[in-house]
Design a protein. Sequence first.
Lengths: 563, 458
Amino acid sequence: MAARNAGIRISGAALLLALAACGGGGSGGSSPPATPPPPAAVQPTAADTARLLEQATFGVTQTDVVHVQNEGFAAYLTEQLAAPASQYTGFSYTPHTAPVGCQTDPATPTDASSLCARDNYSLFQVQRQFFQHALGNPDQLRQRVAFALSQIFVVSGIEIYEAYGMADYQNMLLNDALGNYRTLLQDVTLSPVMGHYLDMVDNDKYNAAAGTSPNENYGREIQQLFSIGLYQLNPDGTQQLDSSGAPIPTYDQDVVEGFSSVFTGWTYPPLSGATSHWTNPTNYDGVMVSFADHHEPGTKLLLNGVTLPAGQTPAQDLQMALDNIFNHPNVGPFIGTQLIQHLVTSNPSPAYVARISAVFADNGHGVRGDLSAVVQAILTDTEARGDAPSAANFGHLREPALFIAGMMRSLGGQSDGVLLRSAASAMAQPVFTPQTVFNFYPPSFVLPGTQTFAPEFGIDDAASALARENFVNTVIMKGGAAADPTVTGSTGTSIDLSSLAAITDPTGLIAQLNQTLMHGSLSLGASLAIQGALTAQSATDPLAAARTASYLILTSGQYQVER
Amino acid sequence: MQRRDFLFHTGALAGSAALGQLGILASRAGAADAAAADAAAADGYKALVCIFLYGGNDSNNMIVPVDAAGYSAYAQIRSSIALPQSQLLPLQEPAGVLRYGLHPSLPGLQGLWNAGNLAVVANVGTLVQPLTKAQYLLGTTQKPATLFSHIDQQHEWQAAISDKSSNTGWGGRLSDQLNSLNAGANVPPMISTGGNNLFVTGAASQALVIPVSGSFGLSGFSNSAADAARRSALVQLLSLDRGADLTAAAQDVVTEALSSSATLNPILTAINSTVSQAFSALATTNFSQQMLAIAKVIEAHSSLGAQRQVFLATIGSFDTHTNQVNRQQTLFQQMDPVLAAFQSAMAAIGAAANVTTFTLSDFSRTLQANTGGGTDHAWGSHHMVMGGAVHGGQIYGMMPDLALGGPDDAGGEGRWIPTIAVDQYAATLASWFGADATALAAVLPNLAAFSPSTLSFV
């Protein structure tokens, strides 16, 4: 994380200006009113509307553009906040170790045993549903934010391979995505899935006889990754510096040990009908339960010099420790910057971050941590809006899941998710399965040789970049994928390009795709290059031109970087 | 100077031997080493292969004392996660000294040690300048930024810069410095099977990321005029509209991929390569596939016109906060035969002494176990260097005193204050690779803080 703010560190004078520009308030950050606001007096442009939908959904559709233009951004966002949360369904508890009869047999990959393993002991079905929800469900904003949160509050299918466990965890993120951050932090902390992933589950108190101390994994990462980061931040996301110009750490090893002691005495929820005891068997349904006699009884040093008194219950310590984190001034800029990066741009200005931090601190009604207000402020900020951004470093590379879903939605495709989940893996983003808790890519990743932040480029390399182009080839040029007979209700993956094929004029075809995919931003040079390729296509294949033009735009850097 | 006293307490080491362990004396290269080096020098090719053990490998259970007193101290502190003394694989040092043994799942490495092709470098870690425990506790001597944090310590190891964040790594800067030796190469000077990584990021040189297995290339283009026109337009689009930083960067990744995949695919998909035979008996794992791909590229280095290549492979899941004994064993069982096979493959193509393989990792782990049968983030760590040019069969540097709160412990849980800086470890490898004093200073900007600047393990 150290590098994250290095490129946007600003001088003292600039800092004052940034803070003055912030004005102590933050526009557009108020809580949703009880009734939807009246339609916008001036209809937003199609280009800006499409850009908003790129930032707020899993892909722009022309139906949505018309709808949002008519009702205005504020009303659209209000509508999105009210949409019922998507949920992963059809999963139930399975024992941590797959029983005989439910284990992958490489020799017969489609026998009942292998399919049982695939459906219960891998994320196959969860990843499939992820894309089905992204393509079709109405709560697009909630899903986008939940997906961003899944890359901040990371758990991975490498260790959480039981489908029901990952489904439970992602359902929790979907439910909490637009609520209060404090609720989210507690639900993450008490989730047995996170407990398993970062070892808070079964974490026992000091044992002098055995010479062992509490596990430090969750006590460290909840601070470093889920809330405040390593260094004291200004509200605009820049690092505070000490008198010698060095950044100031937010915590030290003693504080890590303090939180590690707080997070002792919790185990898995008991299995249905079973007696709860220390320690319960692996179970991801429900929330962790505490055992006071396994909770470290001593005092605990927290952030900002706060010390918890000795002798409290596990739940008391937990509540006070989470409040201690929640009220740290870093949370707004730390979480706000990452949400901006996931939704809008890799390189927000300090002033943009400061406006979002202000909304995190107070949603306009005296409430701290209101994520719905934060998300609305991010999307309606002046830096996010307009027909075209001016800054050269604005925007972000569509990460594989967004690239895949965006292409399918904008071109009216359909999918059961089977091809899409494997395509995301080939592009180095197996959904919900990063290598470590540090996600697929760090927010601090910079373009080599520059100071430009570009998190998604952390997984954009020769192999994965060509996997993007080859996925477009599969779906656009080769007609997609057929139904998978081993998947119930499988429909395969396809995009019907016949309406585009009906446009026989090459210029008109490119213009239509420019609107559908590029909110009108395709350059003239690019249009001419595509037009050149169209002249060489078959006149007898009615789809040839539509396929070629779609392929070339989708594989271009102009499309893959959302601006 | 209690930490130095510890060396002499082992009894078997005279003062000069201790200095030799520190790498101050000239190399002990034997006749066999020299002969191998001569053969290897035939075309002057050299490769560095970095294996990054992600998550922080517990080196306290990788190199374990075998003498009665040392083992007893170790076993008492490690309690439930101590390895049984009888299972340790002895590491015979020169002059009949036997102080340490290897983890029982590393028999391949023990064989390499016995053959003189493996060295252990003791207690290496991130440092801004040499640091005693007293200085550490006093807090007035600069210590590395963000100790004990995964990503930051990874970056400091990859950058060999520990006082601030860096946008380049030492493998990248080394490639920048020796760029003229690769003037005729038709692939980038660095190749990664572990994705984008700071270690292989230079100011001028970037790594090519190749797939762990199989080939990579653009699908769906036949020789038809229609496809040729589509491909031509695709390439044309890569050079247009470069005003937006990220758009241009995305285009550049594809441009490089199109060029390098055409060159490397025949090499990566070759099934009858000599190096493949060394891997044929191994179980196929992600790591075995990475090392096989690297071996294939090395085998083909002359056709690529490369004189200096830096490679990166990675293995994950060393962050053993729980159930460490089983998890580390599983990881070592995967790693060990692959490293042995890789060295055999290099020997089979006559490149044993042209290729030096070494480990990096976030940090070592606390000597004291936690209540979950695991260990937590620590600091200085022992590392492995392998190859025909390595002056093997020796431990370089000072092993830490395994005492909680002891002279090497930064706190009370066994977090070793390093006695060799990453900078020195990297400088030794860079020097072997061909970096002169000027280049070393450019590659390792803080090297002057440490003496000696290079050790003698290779």
